[in-house]
Design a protein around this ligand. Structure first.
Ligand code: ARG
Length: 477
């Protein structure tokens, strides 16, 4: 049977591979079925953890030496061997073998090949169960740090944009209908707040990531006199996990991270939707830089907002991973189960997707070309200052509900005669309410409207600038 056929349709049972003995082969009388080997192997994707696997193994070896379970010479040989293996991997010289199943056994087997007997002692007081949980936490801790830094970069660019556009007036929407004028800077600060919560969630999730499973061994702990605090300190963990059963089986931190990532993608997707709408001919509020767009192979005039569309689309896969992870965990009895091997691909894909999307936005958003005249024209069209007129009447002593009714009638009249509210002459406005005076026209301008919302959280340019200052401080925390 040719190798090719067995790859496409492996018949069952497939001949086993007797060449290389398994690290756990002692109690077995026949070799693993080839297809089972392939089915169960994770090395194709978990090799991504190699740096953390090596880091954790070095810390474990040092701890073993510290408590007298390894000699100093053995520990040094292990450390040296592992560092050389890391270089092999980074040079692309390392032969990853599917029959060695995963990143852990590939590295351990290579270590023994390189340094002999001492390599076989590394796995004392350890199991792949606490090993993989540790590797994954070290990996995710790094990824969270990188993502938070990238998100911080995006946020700081949003603050620059908000400051630049503090006076730019656009229509604010509810139900996607023109509601009241707002400043574009204020709108950008709304995005900033979403990301601020995302960063808080990541920071919070990091606290629960940074707990060390090592020492839990397979599930019950180990009979050796290990020093878990020693290892935890070496690896920069806040503390060792309290319970060995929980330590090897807990993947909450993966789910939590993916949940935080899903919300972050939700925010990016909402912003994407706005960018797509705004760059359409119908809105025409912004121009996306050409380098973030593509054309159409058939319609020569097209410029498509590919990047925001793709980011919006990618939110779906991150949500999908969240559901996959929750489902993966929901019926698992304690402690470790092989199901957990399925946690990696969704997690890795979420990490890659979110990082790329945040990075794109950090570069794209500052490069937006804002069409202030188009935004202002749109704000002038939808009777956006009607609430300002009602508020004006309230200041003249009319109860708000009556004011609302009066202005509703005035808007109806303006609609019927094809004009905007500020275009109605004073005498026409006074027909709806005699308390209206010439000072009404200050309230009816877009500038007057936004400037009047001058309190914490309001859209007034002055408030936007103050909010940017506060946000810059918050970002440094
Ligand atoms: N590749 C495994 C995983 O990703 C490593 C742990 C395997 N442990 C075991 N007892 N088979 O979960």
């Amino acid at each position: 049977m040719s190798e090719k056929t067995s790859e496409d349709h492996p018949p069952s049972p497939t001949p086993a591979s007797p060449e290389r003995p398994k690290l756990w082969g002692g109690r077995f009388t026949e070799a693993t079925d080839r297809f089972v080997e392939r089915f169960g192997a994770s090395v194709g994707f978990d090799q991504r953890l190699y740096r953390y696997d090596i880091e954790a193994s070095i810390a474990h070896a040092r701890m073993l030496a510290h408590v007298g379970l390894l000699t100093e010479a053995e520990c040094q040989a292990i450390e040296q061997g592992l560092l050389e293996i890391r270089m092999e991997i980074e040079r692309g010289d390392f032969a990853w073998l599917e029959e060695l199943e995963d990143v852990h056994m590939n590295i351990e087997a290579r270590l023994t090949e390189r340094i002999g007997e001492a390599g076989k002692k590394l796995h004392t007081a350890r199991s792949r169960n606490d090993q993989v949980a540790t590797d994954l936490r070290l990996y995710l801790r790094d990824q969270v740090d990188e993502l938070m830094a990238e998100l911080g970069r995006l946020q700081s660019r949003l603050l620059d944009l908000a400051e630049r556009e503090a006076d730019t007036i656009m229509p604010g929407f509810t139900h996607l209908q023109v509601a009241q004028p707002v400043t574009f800077g204020h709108h950008v600060l709304a995005w900033f707040e979403m990301f601020q919560r995302d960063r808080e969630r990541l920071r919070d999730c990091r606290r629960r990531i940074n707990v060390m499973p090592l020492g839990a061994a397979a599930l019950a702990g180990t009979s050796f006199p290990i020093d878990r605090n020693f290892t935890a300190r070496l690896l920069g963990f806040d503390r060792p996990a309290e319970n060995s059963l929980d330590a090897v089986s807990d993947r909450d931190f993966v789910i939590e991270f993916n949940a935080a990532a899903a919300l972050l993608m939700c925010h990016l997707s909402r912003i994407s939707e706005e960018l797509v709408l705004w760059s359409s001919a119908q809105f025409d509020f912004i121009e996306l830089p050409d380098r973030y767009c593509t054309g159409s192979s058939i319609m020569p005039q097209k410029k498509n907002p590919d990047v925001p569309e793709l980011v919006r689309g990618k939110s779906g896969r991150v949500y999908g991973h969240l559901l996959a992870l929750l489902t993966l965990m929901k019926a698992q009895p304690l402690a470790y189960n092989k199901d957990n091997q399925e946690d990696k691909e969704p997690l890795f894909d979420t990490v890659d997707t979110v990082r790329d999307c945040v990075r794109l936005f950090a570069d794209l958003l500052p490069a937006l070309q804002v069409k202030a005249d188009r935004m202002a024209a749109a704000a002038r069209q939808g009777y956006a200052t009607a609430t300002d007129l009602a508020d004006y009447l309230v200041r003249k002593g009319i109860p708000f509900r009556d004011a609302h009714e009066i202005v509703g009638k005035a808007v109806r009249h303006a609609l019927d005669t094809g004009r905007d509210l500020p275009e109605l002459p004073l005498e026409e406005l006074r027909r709806f309410c005699p308390s209206i005076d010439t000072d009404v026209f200050d309230t009816l301008t877009l500038e007057g409207s936004v400037a009047s919302r001058d309190h914490l959280g309001g859209t007034a340019p002055r408030q936007v600038r103050a909010a940017v200052q506060r946000a810059r401080l918050a970002l440094e925390e």
